[in-house]
Design a protein around this ligand. Structure first.
Ligand SMILES: Cc1cc2nc3c(=O)[nH]c(=O)nc-3n(C[C@H](O)[C@H](O)[C@H](O)COP(=O)(O)O)c2cc1C
Length: 212
C-alpha cells in the first residue's frame, strides 16, 4: 500500500515528527511504502478565495506554488495521514493553507468534471498537543473529520498525543500507541481494498450525511 504522510509542524524534530516517525516505521515494517512530505520544504500560501477551482476550467488550484504537487501525490496515495501539533485549538499556519485549499478537491455541485480525487480516499490524523483531548484536540479532530467528509474521503482513524513538552519526554507508552495506530489504520484500508476488489470495485457509501 502507498501511504503519504504530511508533517505540518514548524519543528522538523519536534514532538509530532517523533511520533510520526514511529508510525512510518511501522508502516514500513508491515511492507507499506511511505512517502513523506514535510510542509517546511514546500511553498504553500493561503487560499485566495478566487473560486477559479469551482468554474470547471482548472483541475486543481489556480495558485502556482507547491500545493498542487502535494495534492497530486495525495491523489495517488492509498492512505493520506496528516500530522500536526495543535496551535490555538487549530492547525498551525504552516499546514493550514494546504488544508484550506483542499477546497479545490471538493466537487460540491458537479462543477469539476475532471476532479481527480477518488471518492472514499482513506485519511487519518495524528495530533500532538500540550493539553487534554477534551475542549482542545476534540475540536481539531471534529473539524478535520468535517473536512474529510466534504472531500468525500473516509476518516480511518486519529491519534492524539496530549501532555507533550519536549520530544525527549515522549515515552515508550506513546511509541506503543503509535505502532498500534499504524497497524490499525493500514489493516483497515487493506481490508477494504481487498473487499473492494472482491466486490468488483463496489464500495459501501459512507458519506451520505453531509451537514452544513
Ligand atoms: C503557538 C502555540 C500554540 C499552542 N496551542 C496549543 C493548543 O491550543 N492546545 C494544545 O494542546 N497545545 C498547544 N500547544 C502545544 C503544542 O501543540 C505541543 O507542544 C506540540 O506537541 C508541539 O509539536 P511540535 O514539536 O511538533 O511542534 C501550542 C504551542 C504553541 C507554540
Amino acid at each position: 500500500m502507498r501511504t503519504m504522510t504530511i508533517l505540518g509542524s514548524p519543528r522538523r524534530q519536534g514532538n509530532t515528527a517523533k511520533v510520526l516517525g514511529w508510525i512510518e516505521s511501522q508502516f514500513q515494517a508491515d511492507g507499506h511504502e511511505v512517502n513523506r512530505a514535510n510542509i517546511l520544504d514546500y511553498r504553500v500560501q493561503g487560499c485566495g478565495e478566487c473560486m477559479a477551482c469551482k468554474r470547471g476550467t482548472i483541475e486543481l488550484c489556480s495558485i502556482s506554488d507547491d500545493a498542487n504537487e502535494l495534492y497530486r501525490r495525495m491523489v495517488s496515495a492509498d492512505l493520506v495521514l496528516i500530522a500536526a501539533p495543535i496551535f490555538c485549538w487549530g492547525f498551525p499556519a504552516q499546514i493550514k493553507g494546504l488544508l484550506d485549499r483542499m477546497f479545490c478537491l471538493m466537487d460540491m455541485a458537479g462543477e469539476q468534471p475532471a476532479a481527480p480525487w477518488r471518492a472514499d480516499k482513506p485519511m487519518g490524523l495524528l495530533l500532538t498537543g500540550g493539553g487534554e483531548e477534551t475542549d482542545n484536540a476534540d475540536l481539531v479532530i471534529r473539524g478535520f473529520e468535517q473536512l474529510v467528509q466534504w472531500l468525500k474521503g473516509r476518516m480511518v482513524g486519529h491519534l492524539y498525543v496530549g501532555g507533550c513538552t519536549d520530544p525527549e519526554a515522549i515515552g515508550d507508552d506513546v511509541e506503543r500507541r503509535a505502532i498500534e495506530f499504524a497497524g490499525a489504520i493500514t489493516r483497515k484500508v487493506a481490508g477494504e481494498m481487498l473487499h473492494c476488489t472482491a466486490e468488483g470495485l463496489k464500495r459501501p457509501g459512507t458519506h451520505e450525511s453531509l451537514t452544513h
